[in-house]
Design a protein. Structure first.
Length: 365
């Protein structure tokens, strides 16, 4: 056993899900099918990355070629950048429906080459999510898919698609590591199903969790069943900023998120109805911290964290939309990850639906 509690074994994934890096290059992988989070030493080959950008065209086609499938059969579920080498890791679903297979791939920042990341006979640990929705739970999680899945609906002058899936598939919707703890957002088997879980790492002390309640400005009501879709640690890891479908941004202090607590978040922004957050990162520009939110309806949204700190809670329907924000003319961004301190790496889809990795210089955002 390593000092981080890992033993050589297998991360036997049933489904591809969120990923994030922790200490010493350990990658956390969420498997909603198995209701389990794995910690894997990916034994990244290095060398250490510098401050240079990394761009790569046609990522979906390249991954598809590597996996022996068409680009349309490549579903990139999440992206993470190794904190030392800056190699790019993709959590990929190969295929659709019950035949889909989870795959973890690594893209070299040196030459753009793609390699399969072994998950057998590797240093690994696992933590079961004990309060996950049962596989036969009839409740549904409704999302706004990026592809042609789901059903079409007419909302005003817009035609949108919605996808209804068992809430088991949203057991883990996003993860982040902060202050020795893995933070896990998603849904639970409880009536107040929106949940934020905490697992100290190494995985020795089990999973604790809190139920979350937010005021949803677009819906004009308090909600306890909507899951966080994306979040980032904030205030040095003392809190998080989280975003939900249709599209509130909410502040939660971690000190209140004790085991079994029911915590009310402070809604600080509303990014609009018929919209879904896809990813979030924070970065520093001219000594000030900012939040970036990738979403389905608008360009990349930039928010000053200083404005978040002074924003009173939004608690009334149709009230002002909260903190000021800028909407960057950057469309089609699906995933975000910090690339050193000077760039943010974006997975961006073009008008033809092809996906590319693009480095965004933080000084110019």
């Amino acid at each position: 056993m390593t000092e981080l509690g890992l033993r050589r074994g297998r991360a036997d994934l049933r489904s591809a899900g969120p990923i994030t890096f922790g200490p010493a290059g350990i990658l956390f992988l969420a498997d909603n099918g198995a209701a389990t989070v794995f910690a894997v030493d990916v034994e990244d080959p290095g060398p250490a990355g510098g401050s240079e950008p990394f761009d790569l065209a046609d990522v979906d086609a390249r991954v598809g070629s590597f996996l022996g499938c068409e680009p349309g059969d490549v579903v990139i579920k999440d992206m993470a950048v190794h904190p030392l080498s800056h190699n790019v890791y993709l959590s990929v679903q190969r295929g659709h429906g019950e035949a889909a297979q989870p795959v973890l791939v690594r893209i070299s920042r040196l030459d753009g080459s793609i390699a399969d990341v072994p998950l057998d006979d590797v240093p690994v640990a696992a933590a079961a999510v004990g309060d996950a929705p049962d596989e036969d739970d009839e409740r549904l999680d409704i999302t706004l898919p990026l592809g042609d899945e789901g059903e079409e609906l007419q909302v005003g002058e817009r035609t949108i698609r919605i996808l209804r899936q068992p809430i088991r598939t949203a057991t883990v919707t996003d993860m982040a590591y902060a202050g020795g703890t893995l933070l896990i957002a998603g849904l639970s088997n409880e009536e107040f199903s929106s949940r934020l879980r905490r697992i100290p790492f190494p995985f020795r002390d089990g999973v604790t969790g809190s139920s979350l309640e937010i005021f949803h400005v677009s819906h004009g009501k308090w909600e306890t069943a909507a899951p966080i879709r994306a979040f980032v640690p904030y205030d040095g890891g003392a809190s998080i900023l989280a975003s939900y479908t249709c599209t509130p941004v909410v502040y939660f202090p971690l000190a209140e998120l004790t085991d079994g607590a029911k915590v009310v978040g402070r809604t600080v922004a509303e990014l609009g109805p018929v919209n879904q957050p896809l990813d979030m990162v924070s970065f520093v520009q001219d000594g000030q911290e900012y939040l970036l939110v990738a979403n389905t309806a608008h360009g990349l949204v930039k928010i000053s964290c200083r404005d978040i700190d002074s924003q009173p809670a939004l608690t009334q329907p149709q009230q002002p939309v909260g903190v000021p924000r800028e909407t960057k003319d950057l469309q089609g961004i699906r995933r975000l990850a910090n690339l050193g301190g000077s760039h943010v790496l974006a997975l961006q889809s073009d008008d033809a639906g092809r996906q590319h990795l693009r480095s965004l210089k933080t000084a110019s955002l």
